[in-house]
Design a protein around this ligand. Sequence first.
Ligand SMILES: *[C@@H]1O[C@H](CO)[C@@H](O)[C@H](O)[C@H]1NC(C)=O
Ligand SMILES: *[C@@H]1O[C@H](CO)[C@@H](O)[C@H](O)[C@H]1NC(C)=O
Ligand SMILES: *[C@@H]1O[C@H](CO)[C@@H](O)[C@H](O)[C@H]1NC(C)=O
Ligand SMILES: *[C@@H]1O[C@H](CO)[C@@H](O)[C@H](O)[C@H]1NC(C)=O
Ligand SMILES: *[C@@H]1O[C@H](CO)[C@@H](O)[C@H](O)[C@H]1NC(C)=O
Ligand SMILES: *[C@@H]1O[C@H](CO)[C@@H](O)[C@H](O)[C@H]1NC(C)=O
Length: 581
Amino acid sequence: MFAAGLLLLGVLSFSALGRPTAHAHDHYDTLHAAPDAMLDLRIALVQGDPKGLETALYDVSTPGGESYGKHLTKAQVEAFVAPKPQSVKAVKKWLAKNNITAAAQSASGDWLTINLSVGQANALLGAQFNEYTHDATNITSLRTMAYSVPSSVKGHLDFVYPTTSFVGPLVSPATVEIVDVTPGPLTNRMTKRKVVTITRTVTTVRAAPTSSAAAAVTPDASCVNVITPKCLQDLYGVPSTPASAGGNNLFVATFIGESADPSDLTQFLGTFRPDVNKRTTFGVQSVDGGTNNRVAATTEASLDMQYTVGIATGVNTTQVSVGTSNSDGIAGFLDVINALIAQEDVPLVLTTSFGFNEKDVPVGLANNLCNAYAQLGARGTTVVFGSGDGGVSGIQNTSCTTFQPTFPSTCPFVTSVGGTKGIAPEAAASFSSGGFSNVFGRPSYQDAAVSQYLSALGKGNQGLFNSSGRAFPDVATQAQRFQVVKGGKIISVSGTSAASPTFASIVALLNDALLKNGGSPLGFLNPFLYQSGASAFNDITRGSNPGCGSNGFTAAAGWDPVTGLGTPNFNRLLSAVTGNK
Ligand SMILES: *[C@@H]1O[C@H](CO)[C@@H](O)[C@H](O)[C@H]1NC(C)=O
Ligand SMILES: *[C@@H]1O[C@H](CO)[C@@H](O)[C@H](O)[C@H]1NC(C)=O
Ligand SMILES: *[C@@H]1O[C@H](CO)[C@@H](O)[C@H](O)[C@H]1NC(C)=O
Ligand SMILES: *[C@@H]1O[C@H](CO)[C@@H](O)[C@H](O)[C@H]1NC(C)=O
Ligand SMILES: *[C@@H]1O[C@H](CO)[C@@H](O)[C@H](O)[C@H]1NC(C)=O
Ligand SMILES: *[C@@H]1O[C@H](CO)[C@@H](O)[C@H](O)[C@H]1NC(C)=O
């Protein structure tokens, strides 16, 4: 059966990563997998009309167009992504021939899940699944170095997961910093460490009087050292009055057992938002057996929930907690997005602070996930990701010879948020990831803004990045030393992990104003952001994002690959969105 005419999908997609096979083994120990070990395989069928979905997405997301704001229904989106009948037939026939029936399928039929033994999977895919144990975490994954499928499914089957990809376990991105709370210039005393022992919060530090043309209200001088909800409200003009539109919501995706303790939120609100009801809490939705916050609080989830509930005042906020049952982060990313797509009502805003280096995500999976974000956008969700914390070196600071873009930020259908620090002037945080995709081409909405940056850059960083790729981030917010309550103690947290929930909360408050007037939620933001939205941002023109032994990119007038279009000014954004036609 696996004779001539085989399509070596696995091998092809693996080498398409441009990464030697050996790399995958670097951090893994290999063991032969027991033939009766069970495996959940996901099969992606070729979608019927992804181009049509993209066109429909831009139609509903580009201000000025006839269809602007007229988001699609679940059924309309499914009609675009549903595989062609001949594809369903070919794939099901192939499975049936192997005595395999799908355990589950997505609503549109573009995903099949099959539950089978390693022995069956080896036979079905001409594969040799082994057990790989990640050295640092002891997490075990079943993977094969190659697989093949018969030519009868060529053009019908997109890819099978998990097979050849080694994405590596997700790590929690937020960085905890110890801030010495004794008076004095804090900047020199800050070190990055894993353990935190801060017991006091807002420090009053004598600082030079500051003023910022951008700020709606001049923030307190302490905001130079530590960020609180009040700092963000003052700096960006974010209202503190509770949102009140019915049906408004904000969702936060967390992974790898991240947990937020509602009693920490109560303490956080009591300390930093004494004006709001301390009983305000958040919902929890579990995917893949994700935690219901009955375990100890973790940094990332505490940060995410406190800076959504604490900024998007009055907006119904839900943590989507994705379980640890899956061996790499990508499975959780697929599962959370497919779970949300399957809902009748999708989130209006979804923020995620986790991500990957783009080179570690197989191209087929990256395309499929990016298309899933397009599906949510078409239905009215604003999908927001932090850009990453390694400057031009990727999601985290690592050594590299060329700049490492991060995914999902490189997906054209998400809004990527970089990081800033300081008040007057507000400057790029050096860890703020940004750059250019090697997988996704530059979308037309950012063509003018990015071309302008590139022509000013000239030959700078030549050969280190791909100038034709989707450029990110799109926007930025403060991202350094956010005050967070974890386990009853106040800690100081930095990273674009802080920027993503902050920006998402601002979008949720803009949605509130639109919904109250009977309007549509903002949905996929980028075409608006680069059009009339651009002038609603404070242009950040200082700082850079070094990495890979270079100075990285430099923030500049207009869009730049460190802070995007800049940081939000709520009132200007509100005028811009209410003026959208
Ligand atoms: C499928 O099941 C039939 C009937 O039990 C058997 O004859 C056939 O060999 C099986 N095929 C495979 C590929 O396991
Ligand atoms: C797959 O099958 C195994 C053994 O029958 C079972 O324990 C597991 O829960 C199944 N997984 C799914 C997703 O159905
Ligand atoms: C992994 O397992 C080995 C052997 O059981 C153990 O010595 C080691 O401490 C474990 N490492 C982690 C990170 O759990
Ligand atoms: C808040 O959102 C959750 C999840 O979508 C929903 O179940 C709940 O009814 C909402 N609550 C309110 C008050 O709207
Ligand atoms: C980033 O990583 C490089 C090499 O891995 C190292 O030399 C450098 O000090 C790191 N920078 C920071 C800010 O941690
Ligand atoms: C550069 O990016 C484009 C997408 O815009 C991609 O098609 C191309 O393969 C990339 N080149 C390299 C060398 O990665």
